[in-house]
Design a protein around this ligand. Structure first.
Ligand code: SF4
Length: 576
């Protein structure tokens, strides 16, 4: 049976423990959120010794199930003050599962302010001084750790933003090429890792065998069907591999839902210049890669490698949300500048959505001109050096707004809004308001039925039907986040009759269970209940489930406003 590994970051000691019956059947987000609810005092300071950082592979991670190598990171968030689960690709999830580690739980807090490196392999766990790595960016530390411990090791690290405990700090995961382009970005969890004094974790699964499967034949059969489902849907087999998630720039712009100039309009006049189609052309011409998996076994491959004009790698994992955050949102139209900002955020360890929102708020506050990519790059570089202006940006949009006296701050529960204007994509607006995570598109991706017409067709400009859409997707997402499956599988699952059943078949074959799709729904509901319980105990009320008032302004081109009432929104969090 997989075990929990607890690390006392003050004493620099570790223990392994058998999970309780309550935790034994949980993985990924279900596990991180349950441990946070049971073990973290809801009113504690997120950077105090009472908080815990939990890193948990999904239930299917480490098996041959396609797209099952995602990992969940959970804690009380220093950005929102509520519970947080942030999800990432990279190599760590599959390796932890193969080592029989159900979760790493970082506890307590060092008193000396120094940093440690944790090295985990089949036979030993070492907690070593990491002074030689302190201050390094994620790119360099991953390079050095691969040089020292071997290529293709799992590496989890923080950059200077996490070391400074800034609330937009992310945690990075080495991808199959040792690049830091994969991140648990949202909610400032890099600051929690920094507060625990952990600079990096190296995971070496050399010598481990295959994950035990109760019914290998049934698993193989279910996985064949699973791959078939993913390879036959147009979004997962064509659009995402060809253009990456940036295919959404033109789609959202056309729909009038691409937030532009700090959420003043739904269309950006230079959308084409930052589009996925243009990005793919540049990648092709410059010798990058349009298709890459963030972990072995991904059959969708939405990731990429983007080079500059000289063919030198600028960034990897260049995604829609980042391109929007640094592009349309700030009106920067040069894709190379946007790519440089992405690379800087990956290296410094910053959430690109939060940083893009902070930059736009800073532009509103007159700190730098609209659309000035070079000024934005200079500003983000200041986060790494500890400059006071850099600390402001590195603490996210709400903090930047307060520091600069700006009243147009696009956050819910303190977290910056992602790349879909809630007035033109109302289903995702309901998710922003009511997710326990704060504004988070991944928590209930209603863009699918609103804009892409996947899994249904609900008018994005009217409120009717969108509460139910968001509620159902939030439940399904919480469950998917527990399996280790990448969220993009949802496009194919929602449109395929036996999609959910096939995931259930994989779980049943691996663990010898007899789950039904209803059990999966119930799992999703129980996770959301855990998360809302934590937030309620931390002091959240329905007053926190709201968008800022400026979303009552009409949004061009459709001139729709945010018109859902508090009572209507609360229906999204009523579970029978
Ligand atoms: S589809 Fe994209 S995000 Fe999902 S597992 Fe593959 S590379 Fe990672």
């Amino acid at each position: 049976m997989s075990r929990l590994m607890r690390i006392n970051t003050r004493e620099k000691t570790f223990t392994f423990e058998e999970p309780s019956k309550e935790l034994a059947s949980l993985g990924g987000r279900a596990l991180t959120s349950r441990i946070v609810l049971k073990e973290v005092p809801p009113t504690c300071h997120p950077l105090s010794k009472e908080n815990k950082l939990i890193i948990a592979p999904g239930l299917l991670s480490g098996t041959a199930a396609a797209n099952s190598g995602r990992i969940s990171v959970g804690a009380k968030s220093p950005l929102t003050g509520g519970i947080k689960e942030s999800n990432s690709g990279g190599l760590a999830s599959q390796k932890l599962s193969k080592l029989g580690i159900k979760a790493i739980v970082l506890e307590d807090k060092p008193e000396d302010g120094g940093f440690s490196l944790i090295v985990i392999n089949k036979d030993t766990v070492e907690i070593l001084p990491a002074d030689e790595y302190a201050g390094l960016g994620n790119k360099e530390i991953m390079k050095r750790l691969w040089q020292k411990y071997g290529k293709r090791r799992g590496v989890i690290s923080i950059g200077p933003a996490g070391e400074q405990r800034l609330t937009a700090a992310s945690i990075h995961f080495a991808d199959p090429n040792g690049r830091p382009g994969r991140a648990a970005g949202r909610g400032g969890l890099g600051a929690v890792m920094g507060s625990k004094g952990i600079k990096a974790i190296v995971i070496d699964d050399t010598g481990t065998g295959k994950i035990p499967l109760v019914d290998p034949e049934a698993f193989k059969k279910a996985n064949q069907r699973w791959v078939e489902i993913l390879r036959s849907h147009p979004v997962t087999s064509q659009a995402l591999p060809a253009y990456g998630t940036a295919v959404l720039i033109n789609i959202l712009n056309e729909a009038g839902g691409l937030p532009t100039k700090n959420f003043r309009a739904g269309r950006f006049e230079h959308a084409q210049a930052i589009s996925g189609e243009h990005m793919a052309e540049l990648i092709e011409a410059r010798g990058g890669k349009t298709k890459e998996g963030c972990h072995p076994g991904c059959v969708i491959q939405c990731s990429n490698v983007y080079c500059d004009g000289e063919g030198k790698v600028l960034t990897s994992g260049f995604e829609y949300e980042t391109i929007w955050a640094m592009g349309a949102n700030t009106t920067i139209k040069e894709l190379d500048d946007v790519a440089r900002l992405d690379a800087l955020c990956d290296d410094i360890g910053l959430d690109t959505i939060e940083t893009g929102c902070a930059l736009a708020v800073a532009m509103d506050g007159g700190l730098l001109p609209w659309g000035d990519g070079k000024a934005a790059i200079d500003l983000v570089k200041k986060v790494a050096t500890g400059d006071p202006i850099g600390k402001i940006i590195g603490n996210g949009a709400a903090f930047t707004g307060r520091a600069l006296g700006v009243d147009r701050i696009p956050v819910v529960k303190g977290q910056g809004l992602p790349a879909y204007d809630p007035r033109a994509v109302k289903g995702v607006g309901v998710t922003y308001c009511t997710s326990p995570m704060g504004a988070d598109h991944t928590a209930g991706y209603a863009v699918a039925p609103n804009i892409l017409k996947v899994g249904g067709d609900v008018d994005p400009l009217r409120k009717e039907g969108n509460v139910d859409v968001s509620k159902n997707l939030q439940v399904a997402t919480a469950a998917v986040d527990s399996t280790g499956l990448c969220l993009f599988v949802a496009f194919a699952v929602l449109d395929t009759e036996d999609g959910v059943q096939t995931i259930v078949d994989l779980l049943n074959a691996q663990y010898g269970l007899s789950l039904t799709p209803t059990d999966v729904v119930n799992l999703g509901i129980s996770i959301l209940k855990d998360e809302r319980e934590f937030n309620t105990k931390a002091g959240f009320t329905k007053a926190h489930d709201r968008l800022p008032d400026f979303f009552k302004e009409p949004l061009p081109p459709h001139n729709t406003t945010w018109d859902l009432t508090d009572d209507e929104l609360q229906q999204a969090v009523q579970y029978s």
